[in-house]
Every structure is written in structure tokens, then in C-alpha cells.
Design a protein around this ligand. Structure first.
Ligand code: CP
Length: 315
């Protein structure tokens, strides 16, 4: 049997694969992707060990719309909850499923263990360190809104979390793109992602920089933030809210970025990382961005389960 494709990190993708996934997501978003069902006859497993509204629904609806059958697992449904190993779980599921979409509680090692077989694709639906399918949906949103990703300038304000890490890896691949990260000092994007982005940026001509204040903001096309407590997680520093307060995206911050649209991966806490006036205001494209999770999920499923655009595994 031919080896399957996995999507565990943006770093696993070639530049061409990244571009195809973003472009294909935009085609699904525009309704120009065609009406065939490339996953017809496939079975997709959806395992979420943490809460989710968008990602879980996007991949479930996407799999069904592309013709696949679907099995969903909550956090305590598999024998993982009683101590069966991740390796054994992956080996068993790979004999029954074509694709496993998984949100983990820890780092990517759990997903890499599921992927240590050649029969079932594994898709990272968010790990503690990276949220690659969010970045794909984000770039699809940027492509839909601006008609290009190249040269688009993004100001990311808030925690350097798994969404920010994936965005850093992805945007640094696009010529002329800029990512200005403004994060609280103890909550920045990890250096290893900045280092990898620097390698990509040298090749592509993109620019990625991180600072820990919100003074002197650059001219940008997009202001982006995320919830301060991703899937309800807590923070190590007791006074973290004081550290985060200057990083709220509010009317004053948006006024300092004239012409910029606002993006948010959602869920949002109005009054914390963003004010209601910004999230629900005329410059916000956050809910179109959320819908693009579904369009982008179909592109990811198609890429994993077929040989499109070429050279991968067929069902
Ligand atoms: N943005 C995102 O991943 O949303 P969910 O946690 O609802 O899937």
C-alpha cells in the first residue's frame, strides 16, 4: 500500500504543498473546487481530547461533504483513557481508518506516534505547541480577502501560543509577507519557531520579528489576536492579566493601524483580548475566518487522502 500523507506541522510541508493547500482552501471557499467527492469510500476518525467548536465541526462536516464516513471520539472514549499506549492505538486505528484528525493535550509527539505507520493519514487538529490547520485557514482567509498572501503585513498581538507558532511558520514562507509579533515578555512565540521562520524568511524575502510591547506599531494590513486562555488553559504567572492588559486589541490599537482588518481564531472573550466593538465592528473578518476553517479542512482532507495535486497516496 502507498504511504499516506500526514499534516502534523507546517514545517512538514514543502512551499508548493503549503501554497496548494491555501489555494485549494480558497477554491472551496469560493465554491469553485468542483462537486466531486474525493473521499468517497474512506472512513475518517475524529479524536478530540480537548474542547473544540470550529476545528472539530470543520473536519467532521468536511469529511461528510467529501463523501467519507465518520467516527468521532471524545476525550474518554478510547482505551487511551485506561492506559493503552498511543503507539498501540495508532497501529490498531490504522487498520480501520483512512484518516485520523486528532486534537491532543500535549506536544506533537502523540501525533507523531499515531503517524508511525503507513496506512492512515494523521492530521494535527491542535497540539499544545502548534495549530497548523488554523494557519492554513488563516492564510486562506488572507488570500480570499486580499487576493494574495505575498506582501501582506500582519500584526499579531497577544500570547505566542500554538496558533501564533503555526502562523509564524506559514507566513514566513511567502515573499514580502511581514509578521510583527507583539507578545507579553514571558509569553512569546518559542525561539525554535522564530529560528525556523528566519530560515524560511531568508529564502522567501518575508520578515518576522517579535517584540514585547505595543508601542511604535508598524503599518499593517491585518491585526490578529487569540484568546488569552487557549482551551481554558491556566498561566504560570499569577499576575498574568496585568502583563496581558496592554495587549488587548481595542479601538485605540485599531486606530493606530489605519486600514487594517481584524482577525481572531475564535473563541473570543469580549473585554479580554479584544473589545466587542472591534470583534463585531466593520473591520472584523473573524467570522469569515471561522467559516474558512471548514473550507480549508476540506482542502487538507483531500490532500491527505488523495494523490492531489500529484505524487501522494491514493485511496
Ligand atoms: N480556532 C479553533 O481552533 O477553534 P476551536 O477550538 O473551536 O476548534
Amino acid at each position: 500500500m502507498t504511504e499516506r500523507r500526514h499534516l502534523i506541522s507546517i514545517d512538514d510541508l514543502s512551499d508548493d504543498q503549503l501554497r496548494w493547500l491555501v489555494q485549494r482552501g480558497a477554491e472551496y471557499s469560493r465554491g469553485s473546487a468542483g462537486a466531486d467527492q474525493p473521499l468517497s469510500g474512506a472512513v475518517v476518525g475524529v479524536l478530540f481530547r480537548k474542547t473544540s467548536t470550529r476545528t472539530r465541526t470543520a473536519f467532521s462536516a468536511g469529511a461528510l461533504r467529501l463523501g467519507a464516513g465518520l467516527i468521532t471520539y471524545g476525550p474518554n472514549d478510547l482505551q487511551l483513557a485506561t492506559g493503552e499506549s498511543v503507539e498501540d492505538t495508532g497501529a490498531v486505528l490504522s487498520g480501520m481508518l483512512d484518516v485520523l484528525v486528532a486534537r491532543t493535550v500535549g506536544p506533537e509527539s502523540e501525533l507523531r506516534a499515531y503517524a508511525a505507520q503507513k496506512r492512515m493519514s494523521v492530521i494535527n487538529a491542535m497540539s499544545a505547541v502548534e495549530h497548523p490547520t488554523q494557519a492554513l485557514a488563516d492564510l486562506t482567509t488572507i488570500l480570499r480577502h486580499f487576493g494574495r498572501v505575498e506582501g501582506v503585513r500582519v500584526l499579531y498581538v497577544g500570547e505566542g501560543n500554538n496558533t501564533a507558532s503555526a502562523l509564524t511558520l506559514a507566513l514566513s514562507r511567502y515573499p514580502g509577507a511581514e509578521l510583527h509579533l507583539r507578545t507579553p515578555a514571558e509569553y512569546g512565540v518559542e525561539q525554535r519557531y522564530l529560528d525556523q521562520a528566519a530560515v524560511s524568511a531568508r529564502r522567501s524575502g518575508a520578515r518576522v520579528e517579535q517584540r514585547h510591547d505595543v508601542s511604535d506599531l508598524p503599518a499593517v494590513d491585518v491585526v490578529y489576536t487569540t484568546r488569552w486562555q487557549t482551551t481554558g488553559s491556566t498561566k504560570p504567572t499569577p499576575d498574568w492579566r496585568t502583563e496581558f492588559a496592554p495587549f488587548q486589541v481595542n479601538e485605540a490599537l485599531m486606530a493606530a493601524c489605519p486600514g487594517a482588518v481584524f482577525m481572531h481564531d475564535l473563541p473570543a472573550h469580549r473585554g479580554e483580548e479584544v473589545t466587542g466593538a472591534v470583534l463585531d465592528g466593520p473591520d472584523s473578518i473573524a467570522f469569515a475566518q471561522a467559516e474558512n476553517k471548514y473550507h480549508s479542512a476540506r482542502a487538507v482532507l483531500e490532500w491527505c487522502a488523495t494523490d492531489r495535486p500529484s505524487g501522494g497516496a491514493g485511496l
